[in-house]
Design a protein around this ligand. Structure first.
Ligand code: ZN
Length: 111
């Protein structure tokens, strides 16, 4: 650990510090590590994929509702579709919570 002079107030601060402890000047920006970025992007991509999946799934249910031969078949499709969407939403929320925790744990420190 070395000491460097703060460009704002010339106070000697550690070169591993993000901020000057004298004047609060930001010395360098905390960066997300490799895993931080990985989790952040998988979080974003997962949500985008789930939105896309949900809409295409609803589209498929709507289509089979129209092509169903009788009301029993339609009821079956409606119940199955509702269960499927429900399970998809539970899965979505669970993965979001887990990924969200990783995103929080890997966020830059010292800011
Ligand atoms: Zn300073």
């Amino acid at each position: 650990m070395a000491l460097v002079a703060c460009p704002e107030c010339t106070h000697q601060v550690s070169d591993s510090a993000f901020k000057c402890n004298q004047c609060g000047h930001q010395l360098r920006k905390p960066k997300r590590g490799f895993f931080g970025k990985l989790f952040k992007w998988s979080f974003i991509l997962f949500n985008a994929a789930m939105v896309f999946w949900l809409f295409s799934y609803i589209g498929v249910i709507g289509e089979s509702m129209n092509t169903s031969q009788n009301e029993y078949e339609q009821a079956g499709t409606a119940i199955g579709g509702t269960l499927g969407v429900g399970m998809l939403l539970v899965f979505w929320v669970l993965v979001d919570i887990i990924l969200g925790m990783f995103v929080l744990f890997t966020r830059p420190k010292g800011a």
